[in-house]
Design a protein around this ligand. Structure first.
Ligand code: COA
Length: 337
């Protein structure tokens, strides 16, 4: 078996089809109630990785000229120079329990050590599945649990999205670039996402500044991702925000990203109000839209309840698993699988 780096941008059509096949087969096990991505949607996702985490690094395991396993990971900078996030590591169903997943780990860990990464986290592991058992076998600890939720925009009564702003607040929306007169308070409000529970994950949220807001907007624009924002303003200052990404390869789908309300403005229904306004505009302006996805900590009862009030339903629980890179490398050095 050969394990090598993989770049989706220079991959052959055949290689991409192999990855798609493995992914669809895996999702049939781990996400049986969710529609599998089409080949085009899947390739679109590979070519438009999640923004804000740096460039992805991918590896594949190849046996008899066929990809049997692959992984995608991100090594973010700024607040997270210690961390590598494994978005996905999948072994083809028929090739499992032969040590291939373990061999992939063993192969890329030395690079993480050389880059100075001290912590590795698997994100997006379906609770109760093979990934959780495998990671525990290797000494990973479960550090966080995330509720994935979805809004079926054609199934929900739009009356749920008719929410007036509380007295004293007005709503402002934009696409792409934050208006100059709001950008300073917008950066402060974005930093309020730090209050969102992260369990014992070793990921650190960003300290937003105007320069970082502008850099993030530019990164999204360069990736062809439309950034839609709705904020609540009081006395000329942003006090609450919600952000949605529209990815170019999926016009039927939107990703509901951060929502945050400054601590002193909580408890007035602002979160529900701005998310409702965002949903109204998405539904009115995007005729192809069918669903909006979001995720939040399982302990974030207020956000989960707000989403339920807007018509979101619970899809699945994902867990985060964390390990020390050097300790893991030492353990794997002495193990067969
Ligand atoms: C998790 C996964 C990557 C494991 O790959 P793999 O190549 O089958 O794993 P290995 O053969 O290296 O397993 C090593 C050991 O882990 C444990 N393990 C692996 N899968 C397990 C399972 N389903 N249940 C219980 N223990 C398991 C076993 O102790 C195994 O050793 P053994 O087979 O000698 O008993 C694979 O099952 C998979 O692709 N799952 C779906 C995607 C996923 O959840 N990825 C997780 C990280 S994002």
């Amino acid at each position: 078996m050969e394990i090598r780096r993989f770049d989706a941008r220079s991959a052959t059509d055949d290689e991409l089809r192999q990855l798609h096949r493995i992914t669809v087969a895996n999702q049939a096990i781990t996400r049986p109630n969710e529609p599998a991505p089409t080949f085009d949607q899947y390739v679109g996702r590979l070519l438009h990785p999640v923004p804000g985490f740096g460039k992805p690094t991918r590896w594949v395991a190849v046996a008899d000229d066929r990809i049997v396993a692959w992984t995608t990971m991100f090594s973010p900078e700024a607040e997270n120079p210690h961390l590598t996030i494994v978005e996905q590591l999948v072994v083809e169903s028929s090739a499992r329990r032969r040590g291939i997943g373990t061999q992939l780990l063993r192969t890329f860990l030395p690079e993480l050590i050389a880059e100075g990464r001290t912590t590795i986290e698997f994100w997006a592991v379906t609770a109760g599945g093979s990934g959780e058992s495998w990671a525990h076998h290797h000494g990973f600890r479960a550090t966080h649990a995330v509720q994935v939720q979805e809004l079926g925009t054609r199934q929900v009564d739009p009356a749920r999205w008719e929410v007036e702003p509380p007295p004293g607040y007005r709503l402002v929306s934009w696409r792409g670039r934050c208006p100059d007169d709001l950008v300073e308070s917008f950066a402060v409000a974005r930093t309020a996402i730090k209050d969102a529970p992260l369990g014992a994950s070793e990921f650190h949220f960003a300290e937003w500044t105007v320069a970082r807001v502008r850099a993030a907007e530019a990164e999204l624009a360069e990736a062809g991702i439309e950034n839609r924002v709705c904020v609540a303003v009081a006395h000329g200052t942003v006090v609450a925000l919600t952000m949605v990404e529209l990815h170019p390869h999926r016009r039927d789908w939107a990703y509901q990203n951060d929502t945050a309300v400054l601590a002193e403005h909580r408890g007035h229904g602002l979160g529900r109000c701005i998310k409702a306004a965002m949903t109204r505009s998405l539904v009115a302006e995007l005729p192809e839209l069918r669903s909006v996805r979001t995720q939040t900590s399982t302990s974030n009862v207020h956000m989960i309840a707000t989403n339920h009030a807007l018509g979101y339903t619970d899809v699945r629980i994902q867990i985060v698993l964390t390990h020390d890179v050097r300790a893991l490398a030492r353990t794997l050095g002495g193990q067969r699988a």
